[in-house]
Design a protein around this ligand. Sequence first.
Ligand code: C2E
Ligand code: MG
Ligand code: MG
Ligand code: MG
Length: 291
Amino acid sequence: YRAKADGGRTHQYAEALDEGSRDRLRLVDELRTGIAQGQLVVHHQPKIALSTGRVTGVEALVRWQHPERGLLAPDAFLPLVQDAGLSADLSAQVLRVALRDCATWREGGLDLSVAVNLSTSELLDVGLPRTVAALLEEVGLPGSALVVEITEGVFMVDKDTSVAVLTALRELGVRISIDDYGTGYSSLAYLRELPLDELKLDRSFTRNLATDPRTAAIVESTVALAHSLGLAMVAEGVEDDAVLRRLRAAGCDLAQGYHVSRPLPAAALSAWFAALDADGCWSAPRAGREV
Ligand code: C2E
Ligand code: MG
Ligand code: MG
Ligand code: MG
């Protein structure tokens, strides 16, 4: 009796797995056509200078407008993109759209840069700098309009190749940012050797900044470290004004997060830009009006 019950469970499990992988295969298929048919959507989240409130740039964040499942977040499909070998296609599309949107805002008088996230496989592609140069040329932007966000894991896979690719990007004027800084490995060794412009402190540090003294100590010393290396310090995931003020007091340069704005479609962000003051500066919602 017992053996039978166990057997039944195993059978059910195998069936569920089967269904899972069938689902996955279908999704990979849909992804391939989806990318080809332009179903990828790019939202942007603004980044402000903490000392002035000036909007200095945006981060491009990809979504997939799935015909039946609706708007999918990157976590729901980026792993599939990697497995299916579609990373380069995705990046080329995101870069093109992001740079075009940025060019439009710059033509409208906003002095913005756009940050694009690149996965490890892109950073190991020696053809990337040429692709980026061609895209910049196509949209008529200088390299300085682009920031590339990478994670530290890439250096552990193949340091020589990733350094060569980053160096070539920097020769175009592109800036290099380490995303989710503080969560990876060997941070100090690569800070010494790599071509970098910016550290982007992981959200986990930002989140606890106002409540945890240890986090505050880490953030303050990381800002000092960044500055002594000539790097800009960005904080991501800023969700309230208390954290924003702490970051400013800690000397952090730039901030990004729901408190300032959620990632928005380009048209909605244009409206958000239009509501900035005459100097292109954001200011925190007044107390009492905050929602
Ligand atoms: P990331 O680059 O660290 O991006 C920040 C993520 O935090 C975004 O999630 C953003 O929507 C979210 N976020 C922003 N402000 C706040 C906040 O105040 N609170 C909280 N809780 N979250 C906030 P999203 O858009 O779901 O992207 C997730 C990750 O997917 C990104 O993390 C990035 O690693 C990856 N990704 C996004 N777009 C691309 C892309 O075009 N190419 C590649 N290779 N990766 C991408
Ligand atoms: Mg990022
Ligand atoms: Mg990040
Ligand atoms: Mg992250």
